[in-house]
Write a protein that binds this ligand. Structure first.
Ligand code: K1U
Ligand code: ZN
Length: 173
């Protein structure tokens, strides 16, 4: 397993729409392993493949509550099949926008479908952090970031901040 570098705002890769996975190959299994390793190292509760630069519809998540009890999930081609009318506000973060947190309103509960690494189709209902996380990750697969739900003022501010940081890095300052 390899910890891969994270793609950080304003990298345009974050705006790509990821391609569905056609077949579960050894390459996909290795990608999922590396994503879990990268997610736990960050640390994060979710990761989409594009966040390590791979434009495929693969997501990893672990929303388990205890530190010593990992519950890793690998979602291939995940999709939301139902969302509740009730909404909930959750303070979100993003490994591609480090150290920036804002409240985002999303459906409180969702039902989602995905393929497991074993090739089974699974449908599952989620609430609380899992519901927020799976919506955030599926957004990544469609090139959407949580800052897109904020006011233009807040979004422009954070994008400008990360653009300046990226420029400083290129300049070596
Ligand atoms: O997709 C990502 O950028 C990962 C992101 C997922 C997420 C978190 C919270 C709400 C919505 C989506 C993160 O994991 S950010 C880090 C984080 O929230 C966290 C890290 C360690 C322990 C608990 C939470
Ligand atoms: Zn994110």
């Amino acid at each position: 397993m390899t910890i891969r570098p994270l793609v950080i705002l304003p990298d345009p890769k974050l705006r790509l729409v990821s391609e569905p996975v056609a077949t579960i190959t050894d390459e996909i299994r290795k990608l999922a392993d590396d994503m879990l390793e990268t997610m736990y190292d960050a640390p994060g509760v979710g990761l989409a493949a594009i966040q390590i630069g791979v434009p495929l519809r693969v997501v990893t998540m672990d929303v388990s509550k205890t530190e010593n009890e990992h519950q890793p999930m690998v979602l291939i081609n995940p999709e939301i099949v139902w969302a509740s009318d009730e909404k909930r506000v959750y303070e979100e973060g993003c490994l591609s926008i480090p150290e920036y947190y804002e409240e985002v309103e999303r459906p409180d509960r969702v039902r989602f479908r995905y393929m497991s690494l074993q090739g089974e189709t699974i449908e599952q209902e989620a609430a609380e952090l899992m519901a927020t996380c799976v919506q955030h990750e599926i957004d990544h697969l469609n090139g959407i970031l949580f800052i897109d739900y904020l006011s233009k003022l807040k979004r422009d501010r954070v994008v400008t901040k990360f653009k300046k940081a990226a420029k400083r890095e290129v300049g070596g300052a």
